[in-house]
Write a protein that binds this ligand. Sequence first.
Ligand code: AMP
Ligand code: MN
Ligand code: MN
Ligand code: MN
Length: 285
Amino acid sequence: MINPNIDLHSHSTISDGLLTPAELVTYASQKQVQVLALTDHDDIAGLKEARLMSKKFDIIFINGVEISVTWRKRTIHIVGLNFDESNSFLINGLKKIRKGREDRAKKIAHSLGMAGIFNSLDGAKKYAKHSTIGRIHFAQFLVSNGHAKDIKQVFKKFLTPGKPGYVNHEWASLENAVSWINGAGGDAVIAHPGRYDLGKKLYPVLLSDFKNFGGTGIEVMSGSQDPSQSKYFAKLANQFDLFASCGSDFHGPGISHRSIGFVKDLPDECKPIWTKWPNIINNVH
Ligand code: AMP
Ligand code: MN
Ligand code: MN
Ligand code: MN
C-alpha cells in the first residue's frame, strides 16, 4: 500500500531526540513529510511548538506521546495519537511517570557508581538539559567520557539488563496508559512490537490484553524493527481487529536507523489508523 508521506512516531529534545520540536518539523518538511506526529517519551510539552511550525510548512500535525508501560515485568511502549492535550488525567498520568524517571535516574547513577563511574547523574543532566531524563542522556555522558565509542556500543556495555547502569523500573500499567489516551479522546497504539521479543505465545496475549483495555492500533511498520516482521504484525493486527500504524521512531539525523518519513508503506491487508480520522487527513494524497 503506497501511503501519503505519513510518520506517526518521532522524538524531539522534549525527550531524547536531538532536534527541538520546531527543528524537527522543519527537518520533516525538507523530507516531504505530509502528516507528522511528535511522540516524545512520557511528555507532551513539545506539541504546541511543533503544531505551530507544522502550520507554517503545511504539514498536518497529529498530537502524540510515547508512554512507558510495564506489562508482565517487561517494558512496553504505547503511542497515543490524536488526543486532547489539555486532558488532566493524561497530563497527571504523564507527570507521575516523569517523576518515576527522576527516581530511576538516581538509581542508574548509583549502579554506575558501583562500577567505578562517578558523577553520572550530573553528567546525564547536562545532556537532558530541561527535558525528562532517560537512558540516552546517560549514554551520551558515557560516550563523552570514553566509556564506549558510540551510542550503540554504550547500550551493549551499559544500561541494559545485566549490565552496569541498568535498573528495573515499574512504569505505568498498560490499562492506565490506554485509559489516559482513550480518556483524552485519542487512539492507543503498540509501539515497535518487534522489539519485545515475546515469542509466538506471548504476542497474542499482549494484543488481547491491549485490545481488552481499549487499545486500537499497532505499529506494523516501524523504524525500530526489522521490515521483515511486518507480515507477522499485519496478520496479528487483523486477527485482533486492530488498526495499523507506521512511523520512523526518528531521534535525530545520524542516530536513527531510518530517517523521518521513510517508514510508511503498510502491507495491503492493513487498515491504516488514519482512516479513523477522515476529517483530519482527507485531502492528503
Ligand atoms: P528509557 O525510556 O529512558 O529507558 O530509554 C529508552 C530509549 O533509549 C529508547 O527510546 C531509545 O531512544 C534509546 N535506546 C534504547 N536502547 C537502545 C540501543 N540499543 N541503541 C540506541 N538507543 C537505544
Ligand atoms: Mn527514545
Ligand atoms: Mn520506544
Ligand atoms: Mn520512540
